[in-house]
Design a protein around this ligand. Structure first.
Ligand code: MN
Ligand code: MN
Length: 391
């Protein structure tokens, strides 16, 4: 294979990505990370339309520190990894068959999407009403802030995305049941539960953060785990079958929207599951209510973000990556691969909302629009009074 260290653009090694666009740019002479450059062609050689300084809007779970435990693993992308992401943090977690995410709670609401396999969830609310359910691929759950809960992998194990309504959340700083026991004097435990101190002789005292994610046998059928509460079950289910929703089908793909309108428990987090066909484009739009946190489930795509004041930047994403769009910034997401591009748009809001550039122009007096952009009649006639969503 030819070396890339050649002085002229005319002898570029075409096997390697180069920071060259037309007559601009030049080959790389010194150190380079070719796989990373291949994954980010729009950073290496940005479109001519990119300009100005914009914060980083991409971080991959593949570049996040992982925590390996007997029951699986967990890694997080928070504002520590992606500083612009102040509104939402995400965790990618794997549980082996029977693996338990320890009984715990936290200050943030927890929204989740099951990516692979199945899990059993438990929770109890402030009125002593309990909840238990099994979830599979495409199912969601939402535990309000402070509500204690657990997650356990079923026979096939599972992997899921957790989304928290605060960018500074850390999965490593949740309130763990074993942690509290460990840090409470035995005589207090004895008095609290009305049993002898000896009852607590075997609580786990080891580990960086107690059990956290630990290995146990696969539980039996859901009915065998049921606990009757005198207060009954929670009034609003904590689970939702997002993939079972009828999608809104459009020319370039389909979308499902889940927010407090169809999943009342999700009172602080709204989501859209977007599938863009090859060649398709999630149209130019913005969100009038809040920042957008994205998780790419599969395929490959490119997003340009317009930040006003002549600023725009383009990022490339693939499965396992997190993207972010600060409040109100215009953007599009283009499928750059030959398979469907699937991603979640997440918002710290009780409702999903977006503004379509196309629809805005179509519903504005045409002479007013034309005077801005000098568009011809054919282009004006092509504007859509409905919302295209994906084209
Ligand atoms: Mn949790
Ligand atoms: Mn968006």
């Amino acid at each position: 294979m030819a070396t890339t260290n050649k002085p002229s653009n005319a002898t570029v090694d075409t096997d390697l990505p180069q920071p060259i666009r037309g007559n601009d740019g030049a080959t790389i002479l010194a150190a380079r990370n070719v796989p990373l450059e291949r994954e980010n062609p729009d950073l290496l050689a940005p479109p001519y339309t990119d300009a100005g300084t914009i914060p980083n809007l991409k971080f991959s779970f593949s570049a996040a520190r992982n925590r390996l435990l007997s029951g699986g693993w967990a890694r997080e992308v928070t504002e520590r990894e992606l500083p612009v992401a102040t509104e939402i943090a995400g965790v990618n977690m794997r549980l082996k068959p029977g693996g338990i995410r320890e009984l715990h709670w936290h200050k943030e609401a927890e929204w989740a999407y099951m990516l692979a396999g199945r899990a059993r969830l438990t929770a109890v609310d402030q009125a002593g009403r309990n909840f238990i359910d099994d979830v599979g691929v495409g199912d969601l759950w939402n535990f309000p802030a402070g509500i204690p809960h657990s997650i356990q992998g079923l026979a096939e194990g599972c992997e899921f995305l957790l989304v928290f309504d605060n960018g500074s959340f850390s999965e490593n700083e949740t309130f763990l049941i074993t942690d509290w026991f460990k840090h409470t004097p035995p005589e207090i435990l004895a008095q609290n539960f009305g049993v002898p101190q000896a009852a607590f002789a075997n609580i786990p005292m080891d580990g960086e953060h107690d059990r956290y994610i630990f290995d146990e046998p696969v539980p039996g059928p859901l009915t065998t785990d049921a606990v009757q509460s005198p207060a009954g079950v929670v009034p609003q289910t904590f689970t939702h079958r997002m993939l079972a929703q009828t999608p809104t089908k459009v020319a370039g793909g389909q979308v499902r929207i889940t927010d407090s309108n169809n999943f009342p428990a999700a009172s602080t987090i709204a989501a859209a599951l977007v599938e863009v066909e090859p060649g398709g484009l999630r149209e130019m739009h913005w969100h009038p209510n809040t920042d957008e946190w994205q998780y790419y489930i599969g395929g490959s795509g490119r997003m340009s973000v317009f930040a006003s004041s002549g600023k725009s930047r383009t990022f490339d994403y693939q499965g396992g990556d997190v993207g972010y769009v600060p409040f109100a910034m215009g953007h599009y997401v283009q499928n750059t691969g030959d398979e469907p591009l699937v991603f979640l748009e997440m918002f710290r809001s009780n409702h999903f909302a977006d503004i379509s550039l196309n629809q805005w122009m179509a519903l504005t007096p045409p002479g007013l629009v034309q005077s801005h952009l000098n568009l011809d009649q054919q282009t004006m006639a092509a504007l859509r009074k409905d919302k295209p969503i994906i084209v």
